[in-house]
Ligand binder design. Structure first.
Ligand SMILES: [Zn+2]
Length: 329
């Protein structure tokens, strides 16, 4: 088994040390809210904390009865609450089960740990049901709520938790960490980190899910459109099976960089550094670019609200708009 120190990601160490000290001094709060942008390892940290708290020696020793139960994923005093697959929400019934368990004695007569992940997927009714438990905690209960920084949680919930904000690592150590994880990959690690908003686990996912290739392909498609080498309808058909959210993020990132590039006459610090030369060649009125960006943003916001979204139609709209601006010149 990996030692605890190895399991904790380097940029999480400062927060981890504080938590460990609180545990050792018996000063752990009953409710923790673990916040930070996606890809920093919030869930990993919560898991290590849960394991350590449940361990008989409070070290995640790996040898005690409690650790064996943890490793077998069958610890009776641990509950993980995640969204139901069909609705992508955490429902009130799931929270009621937590409350019921909290009101009983822990099976192993020690701590009981509940992880709610991601906390913002609780329905309002579920969040309200949890409030009472957060207000009147039972002894030796630790509730860990995990939440992406941008996702909204009711203030009533937030104010009842001790907050821990994970910060992203500095660029140089993050790059060298990534290099260690991907020793056989020849790649621009700075670009990779840029594309992941500085979050190393997101960067790893970009590589493992082949998203860099998709990005390359998608941008090439845009450029082909701009010189009439491809038809927007064909392209929409080609992309409709891909993750639409990811494509929208790619498009938004591209347009935002292009705007920055134009506004700063090429001086701006870009996310897509590898496309600077391309941005220099593309000509577009700033006002048109802003209005296109607004459209993409608007469609992006609507995506979450729409049921049965027609991906192909949406892609067609966005790609045709691009073609209108970029008839080859
Ligand atoms: Zn143990």
């Amino acid at each position: 088994m990996k030692s605890m120190l190895e399991a904790i990601l380097p940029w999480c160490q400062p927060e981890w040390l504080k938590l460990k000290e609180a545990l050792q001094n018996d000063r752990l709060p009953h409710a923790l809210l673990l916040m930070g942008q996606p890809g920093l390892g919030k869930k990993k940290l919560a898991d290590v904390l849960a394991h350590t708290v449940l361990c008989e020696k409070k070290t995640a020793c790996g040898h005690c009865h409690s650790c064996h139960l943890w490793q077998a994923k069958s610890h009776p005093d641990f509950i993980l609450i995640e969204p139901l697959a069909d609705t992508q929400t955490i429902k009130i019934d799931q929270i009621r089960a937590v409350i019921e368990s909290v009101n009983q004695t822990a099976m192993l007569n020690d701590y009981r740990v509940i992880i709610i992940h991601p906390a913002a997927s609780m329905t309002l009714a579920a969040a309200n049901a949890l409030l009472k438990t957060l207000e009147e905690p039972s002894a030796k209960t630790l509730i860990i709520l995990i939440n992406d920084q941008s996702a909204k949680l009711p203030l009533t919930i937030k104010s009842r938790c001790q907050k821990i904000l994970l910060k992203k690592p500095a660029k140089i150590p993050a790059m060298s960490w990534l290099q260690d994880q991907l020793p056989n990959l020849s790649i621009d690690f700075e670009l990779l980190l840029n594309l992941s908003e500085g979050a190393p686990l997101k960067a790893l996912a970009l590589v493992s899910e082949n998203q860099l290739t998709i990005r390359e392909d998608f941008y090439q498609g845009l450029l082909n459109l701009s010189i009439n080498r491809e038809n927007p309808l064909d392209l929409a058909l080609k992309w409709q099976d891909q993750n639409l959210l990811f494509l929208m993020q790619l498009l938004f990132s591209f347009l935002k960089d292009l705007l920055w590039f134009k506004l700063s006459s090429g001086e701006a610090v870009l996310i897509n550094t590898d496309y600077a030369a391309v941005f220099a060649k593309l000509s577009i009125e700033t006002q048109e670019l802003v209005s296109y960006l607004n459209l993409v943003q608007q469609r992006f916001n609507e995506m979450g609200l729409m049921q049965n979204l027609n991906k192909q139609l949406l892609l067609e709209e966005l790609l045709i708009r691009w073609t209108n601006y970029y008839v080859s010149g």
